[in-house]
Design a protein around this ligand. Sequence first.
Ligand SMILES: [Ca+2]
Length: 407
Amino acid sequence: MKKMASVFLSLVCVFLCAACFSPWKGDSGTFSIGIGGSGNARFLTPEETALLDHTITLQGPGPEQVAAIRGARTVDFSVEPGLWTISVKAFRNGRIIAQGSRSVEIKPGPNGVIEILMVFVTLTSSTGIEMMPIPAGNFLMGSPANEPDRASIENYRTVNDGIVTMSGYWMSRYQITQEQYEAVMNTNPSAYSSGGLNAAAVAELDTSTFPVERVSWYDALVFCNKLSEMEGLTPAYEMQTGANPNIWSTDPVDWGDIPIAINARWDAARMVTASTGYRLPTEAQWEYACRAGTTTAFNTGSNTISDFTGWYNENSGAQTHQVGLKPPNAWGLYDMHGNVWEWCWDWFENNYLEESDDPVGPSTGTQRVYRGGSWENSGGNIRSAVRFRNAPTERSSVLGFRIVLPL
Ligand SMILES: [Ca+2]
């Protein structure tokens, strides 16, 4: 005899869901799956779930059952009582985002609540760039008035008491390295490399996994779109072509040579709506990921700099270092503090705009923001809330970048 069982994909805590089940009718059976977990896993928000495709597979005493659902949170199965293995995979644009499975005995009638631990899968690009899942959530962006070494440009927004709401995204675990940059751009401009301006400082070292530096904001845009093309993603940036201002293109070949002087056409680059490709973090994405839930001056949970916080002027020996040598933050990201500054998308403005949902900053400006501090800065200047900026043409041995992907 077959029993009906409904699988509820619940993206909130299963114990909270239990109260909202519909009552049993006839010989139907209903159970709930809560997607969540521990360690590198977390609960997805309903907003994130709405973006994902789920494949649910049941294997047991009867024929295998498979359901594919998009965005929805419930699906019905008809299964015989017995021991079944329930597997759930979550996809976005064909890439697996998270997966989990567990075995459960399906009995006639109510089966209660079943939790499936969803472990996030770390994405790795063909060039070896690891991307870590950053959960959706809220945070207080900026620094409190009593934080040492702060500046007024770190003041909280007044809207929503300074609380900023973020969607989930992926962020590269490390700063883009010299070998990753070279694999995409066929050049390594870094000062701290064998052919670089500061080659003498690293004469005995393999710098392939040192952060790339001396890259402009314009260089970073080209890197992002080229990498997206290599990965089969739709590029995130478009700009008017050099030949025809009426045509917008995502192909860096159409953009022409990367300018070394300020260029209005490059400054007018814009995001492609719903693009799936790599991009620079917004300033909000950068600080939210850096903090990883902390509210202290540093993402270690401390207001005091330590040797393990990152590479800064008192421990760097006046040079960059291989990425990933200092401990990661709570979300698995390395070198958010120090080593090299990291370009963000945003135009710089002294005061944050009063936008509290996924802020993207001003629509125009003259300087782009960078974050996190570098090997040459004091501890006070590698804090989570520190903001620096420069012209998008700036190429400096203290300045690199990392990248993000939409969920
Ligand atoms: Ca950094």
